[in-house]
Design a protein around this ligand. Sequence first.
Ligand SMILES: Nc1ncnc2c1ncn2[C@@H]1O[C@H](COP(=O)(O)OP(=O)(O)OP(=O)(O)O)[C@@H](O)[C@H]1O
Ligand SMILES: [Mg+2]
Length: 287
Amino acid sequence: MEKYPLISFKNVSYRYESDGETPLPLALKSVNIDINKGEFVAVLGHNGSGKSTLAKLSNAIIVPESGKVFVKGMDTSCEDSEYDIRQTVGVVFQNPDNQIVATIVEEDVAFGPENLGIEPAEIRKRVDSALKAVGMYEYRHHEPHKLSGGQKQRVAIAGIMAMETECIVLDEPTAMLDPKGREEVMAAMEKLNKEMGITVVLITHYMDEAVKADRVIVMDSGSVVLDGTPREVFSQEKIIEEAGLELPDCSKLALAMRKNGIDFPLGILTPEEFIEAFKMCVSGGRQ
Ligand SMILES: Nc1ncnc2c1ncn2[C@@H]1O[C@H](COP(=O)(O)OP(=O)(O)OP(=O)(O)O)[C@@H](O)[C@H]1O
Ligand SMILES: [Mg+2]
């Protein structure tokens, strides 16, 4: 697939409006990021580092104080492009309560594609397949406000999936889910990316989710401090720690092994890699 930037942050700074006289500090400071078509990007950062601000800037919910955000070359600060931008980049927010618009689950999921003027038969197909992908198909006739937080979040994700935007930005979509719900949503995101070629930007607090991405961006105090493959990023133990984050569990365990004099390779990220390294270790390097 040809690589080109779908979302481009060019020297973007953003400041929220202050209630009082004193202006608030910048929430984002001179951020430069290109999200390329087809990528699966994870964005990490401690509370208040600017992740949600980045999500809101990516589909013109807010516009930069200085610098520019381009979506497929369209300037997000140009109001005429808003409709085309929202048709290209869909955002799922942290709190599902603000995202429910209808009184029946399947109507809620259909709302986005209906607004895009998609044919009813196609909408039906998309709604069913999106609800199945997030494991909420059997709830299609339920009332969304009576669902649990995690279930609501999955309905919100299905709503964005049904729009089939080229890019989906998810702001901590699994924060309210139990481990099974998290796994289902992650699997749906991976499928969307790998099978349908949809660009996915996943804002997350979970290192084990970030490990599955093609690329990891780490934010700290409104700036990008790391941007690379999971292996490149998680080899920067010191910067990760300074950014208030931890390494993935298996990386921590592998480092602990090394610190205890066990001959373990660097760069372990996943349970599979850990098991491989462990097998090599116990066999003394013999296969
Ligand atoms: N509506 C707002 N008004 C004023 N300041 C805000 C507003 N929203 C966010 N901020 C501030 O902007 C900065 C970045 O916030 P942002 O919500 O982007 O962080 P985040 O990385 O998403 O954090 P979290 O992990 O808690 O979701 C923080 O200092 C925050 O206090
Ligand atoms: Mg946030």
